[in-house]
Write a protein that binds this ligand. Structure first.
Ligand SMILES: CC(C)(COP(=O)(O)OP(=O)(O)OC[C@H]1O[C@@H](n2cnc3c(N)ncnc32)[C@H](O)[C@@H]1OP(=O)(O)O)[C@@H](O)C(=O)NCCC(=O)NCCS
Length: 183
């Protein structure tokens, strides 16, 4: 992300009072975005219920804001005993400016600080934007059954990403090329 984008968009942890703003954010997502985010063509009511049930104490919700304090991107970290799961979305009008990358970087940092053993994201194999981001960050990517669904394992969040993975990413590795087993 460019220096100017970093100055334009700030990331902070969200609390209960942001629930309505989250609803507004999710309403900006197209049907295809919802499919990529939730893995199914979920209806508005389902998304609404998802936001209504977010536990801001147990999970970590990060928001990316523009200079007018409008919420433009969200990362939701859900803790589990073996791994934490990360869900991500960016307002369509703000894509390609590094918000997604920034949110994932911050999510990795927060997960590591909270002692998460591993951070993972489910993503569909056709989600090229997400795959681009995570491979550029050096994450290990596993494509199950050759296509339909990919699982991105963001390495051990304690160790950050390996030099080896970074080198592969810099060579422009695709999900298939980075096929690996879980750490
Ligand atoms: C995935 C998502 C969060 C990315 O947000 P973003 O703010 O655009 O991300 P960034 O700007 O940090 O990076 C996007 C990268 O993908 C690349 N990209 C975008 N569309 C692409 C495509 N169709 N094919 C390949 N790369 C693509 C961009 O060029 C950029 O890479 P670069 O920085 O090397 O140029 C956003 O597209 C989104 O909200 N999608 C819908 C929900 C979703 O898929 N969530 C993830 C599953 S939980």
């Amino acid at each position: 992300m460019s220096r100017s984008s970093e100055e334009t968009f700030g990331v902070r942890r969200l609390s209960e009072e942001w629930r309505d703003a989250l609803q507004v954010h999710f309403a900006t997502l197209s049907e295809e975005d919802r499919y990529l985010r939730f893995g199914s063509h979920c209806r508005s009511e389902v998304m609404h219920a998802y936001v209504a049930h977010i536990d801001f104490e147990r999970s970590i919700v990060l928001g990316c804001f523009d200079t007018d304090a409008v919420l433009r991107g969200i990362a939701h970290l859900n803790p589990g005993p073996l791994e934490w799961e990360l869900g991500l979305s960016v307002d369509p009008v703000c894509r390609g400016q590094g918000l997604g990358t920034r949110l994932i970087r911050r999510a990795l940092k927060d997960a590591r600080l909270a002692g998460a053993p591993r951070l993972m994201m489910h993503c569909l194999a056709e989600n090229h934007a997400l795959l681009r981001i995570v491979t550029s960050l050096g994450a290990q990517v596993v494509i199950r059954d050759g296509s339909a669904e990919g699982i991105i394992l963001c390495a051990s969040s304690r160790k950050e990403f390996s030099k080896d993975a970074r080198q592969r990413a810099s060579r422009g590795a695709t999900a298939e090329a980075v096929k690996k087993t879980a750490p």
